[in-house]
Ligand binder design. Sequence first.
Ligand SMILES: [Zn+2]
Length: 348
Amino acid sequence: MTVIDDLATLEHEAAEALEAAADLSGLAEWKSTYIGKSGSLTRLSRGLGALPADQRPEVGRRVNALREQLEAAFEAAEARLKRAAQDAELSADCIDVTMPGRPPALGHIHLTNQVIQQVQEIFAEMGFQIGESPEVELDEYNFSLLNFADDHPARDMQDTFYVEMPEGSPSVLLRTHTSNAQIHAMRRHAPNPIRVLVPGKCYRNEQVTVRSEMQFFQFEFLAVGRNITMGDLKGTLAYFAERMYGPGTKVRLRPSFFPFTEPSAEMDVSCFLCDGKGCRICKHAGWLEIGGCGMVHPNVLRNGGYDPEHFSGFAGGFGPERIAMLKYGIDDIRGFYGGSIDFVEQFG
Ligand SMILES: [Zn+2]
């Protein structure tokens, strides 16, 4: 075993260890192991003195050559690892401006409000203004002024949420329909003609089932002026039906009774799913009932500030939930207020 052999082994080992150094701290360790002050090469060169004189120059030259080689290899490895570290830092920090942005998770308009907006647009096209009326209302605006007799069953405590009021206060309730808007609108505008659409939330003290909720939206539409006839009512509904459900949709009025209209009618539209041929949604009738309407009762006109001898009008109401249920085949009204994201997200 000669020093030359030792040098060859050292060269081989150092090259392998350098290859394995994965980072700058591994590299520092390598430096002290092989070319440091007490590293292998230094220790080996200290043994030169024990060599025969004729071998010393050759071995010394080889030791120096190996040291230079290892130092050069060290510097190259150090430069490579530093660059890799910098690259890693840069790529961790940098922002690639060419990447597509992450869109924020936006919600969307609730199905009920989509229908409300659509209906408002259609009535606005016919010159109706969009109005408001109170959700917490005086009994007289919700009932008496709309010609509900004092003993009308709808006034029963079973159907209406009353607000607890101090002794001697007028009776206050959560409105049971948007028809309270009729009196407000007429009193604000009489004796001028009016055309108004009022959407809003209504409340009834009812059992919640798949077909009825204790809270729901309604629209009230009202037109008052001179010479307004049932033909105007039907024309308004015909325009609405075609715009809402598509060209060719027909309207049908069936006699009915409401205290605040005379005559009164239920309004049906021809089933837009089966074109009147009969299907599951229309229960094979070919028609879908969407609401109630009629000519404003003379007593209501009078209560609103119009002389029924010279003025007439039509009014009606329907629910956006019902419209949406028919349109999308929804068979459980509780979805609208149940707070289920799964339900809501279907109608984005
Ligand atoms: Zn049908």
